[in-house]
Design a binder for this molecule. Structure first.
Ligand code: DGY
Length: 323
C-alpha cells in the first residue's frame, strides 16, 4: 500500500471506498457536502491525491498553493469543466476523468426527459397529485408525437451517439447532429444520422434538440437567443450536458415569447442553486443532475477513477489522463 495521502471529497459507493482503502492512506471526507474554498486551500497543503466530483468548486488559487504537493486530481466523473486543466498542468498536477462508464445511463436519462417533456408527464403527475384530474377527455394534456419526429443532437461523442441509438432504433426518430469535428459517415449511418454544418442548422430543423457537448468556456451559452429563436415552433430542448451550455435568460425569454414548447433539464447554471424562474413554467421537466445516478454506474465511475489512481501509483500514465 502506498504511503501517499488521498482525499475523497464526497461519499462514494461503499465498495469503491473499500478498494481505495487498500491502495493508499485515504481520507473519506465527512460530511457529504461540497468543500468550501478554505477546505480546498487546506487540502492543497495536506494531500498528494484528491478525488473530486463535478460538485466541487475548486478556487483559482488552489493550483498555485498545491504546486509541489498535490500530484493527481482523479475526477469521479467524465465532465471536468470544474477543473482548470491549464493551471493544473502548470502546477505539475495530473488530471484524469472517467469516460465511457456513464454513457448509457446519461443517454437513458436524456431519452426519459425527452419523453416526459413531449408527453407532458410532469404536468400530468402534478395535476393528479393535486386532485385536479377530472377524467379522460379528447383535448386533455395533448403532447408531441415522438415517432417520426426529428431529433437534433449537439455533440456526437459517446453519449450523443447513445442518444441517437435509442431515439432512432427505439423510437423511430430521424437524427441530425452537429459535432466540432467531422464524424465518419459510416458511424453516422449506424443511426441514420446526418451531420449538419452548425448548431443553427440543426436547431432550424429539429423538433427536439438534445445537448451532449462538453461544458467549459468553449461551449458556454452555445444555446443563446439566436439559436433558441431559430428553433421550430413548439420544439423541445433537452440538456443533460452542463448548465452553462444554455443561456438561461434566453431560455426563459424563448419560453415566454416562443418558439420553445418546453424543455427537459438535468443541469443548471450555478447548480445546485436553481433560478426561481424555472419553477414558474409547467412545461419544464426538471431533474437534479441524475444523468449517471444508477448503482452500477456510480460504482463503475469509482472503479474507473481508482484504475487511474492505481496506474498513477505504479508510476504509469493513467489510462484516462487529460493533462
Ligand atoms: C459527469 O460525470 O460529468 C456527470 O455530470 C456527473 O455524473
Amino acid at each position: 500500500m502506498s504511503t501517499l495521502r488521498a482525499l475523497v471529497t464526497r461519499a462514494w459507493p461503499r465498495e469503491t471506498e473499500e478498494r481505495l482503502a487498500h491502495l493508499c492512506k485515504a481520507t473519506l471526507r465527512d460530511p457529504d457536502t461540497a468543500m468550501s474554498a478554505d477546505e480546498w486551500m487546506d487540502a492543497a497543503a495536506q494531500y498528494d491525491i484528491i478525488l473530486p466530483t463535478v460538485s466541487d468548486a475548486i478556487p483559482a488559487d488552489f493550483y498555485d498553493a498545491a504546486k509541489g504537493k498535490v500530484r493527481l486530481l482523479a475526477n469521479y466523473g467524465v465532465g471536468y469543466n470544474h477543473i482548470d486543466t491549464d493551471a493544473a498542468q502548470a502546477a505539475g498536477i495530473t488530471v484524469t476523468n472517467t469516460p465511457g462508464v456513464l454513457t448509457d445511463c446519461t443517454a437513458d436519462l436524456a431519452m426519459g426527459l425527452l419523453l416526459a417533456a413531449a408527453r407532458r408527464l410532469g404536468e400530468g403527475e402534478r395535476e393528479l397529485r393535486a386532485g385536479r384530474w377530472d377524467g379522460w377527455r379528447p383535448t386533455h394534456l395533448i403532447g408531441k408525437k415522438v415517432a417520426g419526429a426529428t431529433l437534433g443532437i449537439i455533440g456526437f461523442g459517446r453519449i450523443g451517439q447513445a442518444m441517437a441509438q435509442r431515439a432512432h432504433h427505439g423510437f423511430g426518430m430521424k437524427i441530425v447532429f452537429q459535432n466540432r469535428s467531422r464524424v465518419d459517415p459510416d458511424i453516422a449511418a449506424r443511426y441514420g444520422a446526418v451531420q449538419l454544418k452548425n448548431v443553427s442548422e440543426v436547431a432550424e430543423v429539429s423538433d427536439f434538440l438534445s445537448l451532449h457537448c462538453p461544458g467549459g468556456e468553449g461551449t458556454r451559452h452555445l444555446i443563446d437567443t439566436d439559436i433558441l429563436a431559430a428553433m421550430k415552433p413548439g420544439a423541445i430542448l433537452i440538456n443533460t450536458a452542463r448548465g452553462d451550455v444554455v443561456d438561461e435568460d434566453a431560455l426563459f425569454q424563448a419560453l415566454d415569447s416562443g418558439p420553445l414548447g418546453g424543455a427537459g433539464l438535468d443541469v443548471y447554471q450555478g447548480e445546485p442553486k436553481l433560478d426561481p424562474r424555472f419553477l414558474k413554467y409547467g412545461n419544464l421537466v426538471l431533474a437534479p443532475h441524475l444523468g449517471s445516478a444508477t448503482g452500477a454506474t456510480r460504482a463503475a465511475m469509482g472503479h474507473r477513477a481508482l484504475d487511474n489512481l492505481e496506474a498513477f501509483l505504479r508510476g504509469e500514465t493513467p489510462p484516462d489522463r487529460i493533462v
